[in-house]
Design a protein around this ligand. Structure first.
Ligand SMILES: Cc1ncc(COP(=O)(O)O)c(C=O)c1O
Length: 428
């Protein structure tokens, strides 16, 4: 710990490299990160000296409760919290001036940085409040006619399934839902299920990149390639993939992509992003109206009324933090953490893991169950007896507790989880 503190002093003389000169990240963490790099070897996931520096950057790593529901919403590192407080204090002095005249100017640079992170054109990126808003904008904005078909699955996110159901009720579209028995370690089988469901009336496939219920990574690119051959567009829900998996939006070959930034990117709660392929922007009606609803300018989706520009601007520090770690490292670390606890847990008699442990098929999330206990009972025991916060999932065929570590999760906390599962399973 003292050693870590001394990084800051020792490194004060170091150049600040890639980080913006005025960023809070520089003040708080840049030197820490640069020094931590010295610990770096080729072993990506388990370099505990390096990850200890990252853990220190999150208040959540010192919480009284072990937080293992980062799939729900993630805490922000201190640097993001402080940025938000700084902007809130500034805005409080006169929101109409500081938000609309000062912070508003930060939106275009932020758009560029988000686009760089997503590997796409800034003119295809709109900043909003969450994945629900992003994806509902696309779902309600598509010019679909009565009888047009949309293929989704029962394991998409409820807010999106409900949006499609509402279009079905209101506009007479046909909403079909596939069902899968996860985990599946066979991309071709998943692609074929979507392909078999396509009819001449199919216009859209709605896909969830990482299935929130149980962590399955869907073969998005393969499904997009298949769908495009048949003239079908693809909407991707990237709520659990953006900021976690090492991919560029353009590489997915989808048509529309929506995500929250308050999950794996660790941006402030209430931050999101939508991406629309350039030549599709004009045809999507904005959900909240703009004076030029048929414009090809992505900014038409940002007429969201008065909202917190402070939250929006603090996203910048979350990007600094993300870039300092690097997406490849982050993905490998979080997958390592998942595998660490899940491999031990599945050796315990009566304990079952419901998610593939292979990096191609899952990353952060894994489902776990203990024979004889309902998901809510296991969730309750973990919280009440061991102060471990997870989430019980009881939906369709998925009956488990969902565990999601993040970069700040300590190995010792995962050991406590495994210990708790051992004790609970003995009593069950
Ligand atoms: C797959 C998926 N999509 C969308 C969402 C919605 O995210 P938000 O509530 O931030 O809009 C979630 C939330 O957990 C999710 O798991």
């Amino acid at each position: 710990m003292n050693n870590r503190r001394s990084f800051i002093k020792k490194s004060a003389a170091l150049g600040m490299g890639a980080f913006g000169i005025n960023s809070l990240f520089n003040e708080l963490h840049a030197a820490d990160f640069q020094s931590a790099e010295r610990f770096w070897k080729d072993d990506i996931g388990n370099n505990e000296d390096y990850w200890a520096v990252i853990q220190e950057a999150y208040q959540a790593s010192k919480s009284d409760i072990i937080i293992l529901n980062n799939g729900g919403v993630s805490p922000s590192p201190l640097v993001v919290q402080e940025a938000l407080e700084k902007y809130n204090r500034q805005a409080a002095q006169g929101p109409s001036y500081y938000m609309w005249r000062i912070m508003d100017k930060g939106r275009e640079p932020l758009r560029q940085r988000l686009a760089a992170l997503g590997g796409c054109d800034p003119e295809e990126v709109a900043i909003n409040r969450n994945a629900t808003e992003a994806l509902n904008t696309v779902i309600f904005g598509l010019p679909l006619q009565k009888g047009d078909e949309v293929i989704g699955m029962k394991f998409d996110y409820p807010n999106m399934m409900n949006a499609w159901r509402q279009r079905q009720l209101r506009d007479g579209i046909v909403y079909k839902q596939l069902s899968f028995e996860f985990p599946i370690e066979n991309d071709a089988m998943i692609v074929k299920a979507y392909e078999d469901a396509i009819t001449p009336a199919t216009k859209i496939i709605h896909l969830t990149h990482v299935v929130n219920w149980v962590g399955q990574i869907m073969p998005v690119k393969k499904i997009c390639q298949m769908a495009h051959k048949k003239g079908v567009e693809v909407i991707v829900d990237g709520a659990h993939s953006f900021g976690l998996l090492d991919f560029k939006i353009a590489d997915l070959e989808c048509d529309y992509f929506g995500t929250s930034l308050h999950k794996f990117l660790s941006a402030p709660v209430g931050s999101g992003m939508m991406w629309v392929k350039k030549d599709k922007i004009a045809k999507i009606w904005p959900l909240v109206c703009n004076h030029e609803p048929t414009s090809a300018d992505i900014r038409k989706f940002e007429t969201l009324g008065t909202r917190s520009f402070c939250i929006e601007q603090a996203i910048g520090e979350a990007i600094n933090f993300q870039e300092a770690i690097g997406i490849k490292r982050k993905q490998e670390r979080i997958h390592y953490l998942k595998k660490y606890w899940a491999e031990k847990a599945r050796q315990i008699p009566g304990v079952k893991i419901h998610t593939s442990l292979k990096p191609e098929y899952s990353c952060a999330i894994a489902g776990v169950s203990v024979d004889g206990l309902k998901p809510t009972e296991l969730d309750g025991k973990l919280l009440n007896d061991f102060k471990i916060h997870t989430v019980g999932i009881s939906y369709e065929s998925v009956q488990c507790v969902r565990v999601t570590p993040h970069v700040y999760t300590k190995i010792s906390d995962l050991d406590k989880l495994v210990g708790a599962l051992e004790k609970i399973s003995k009593k069950a």
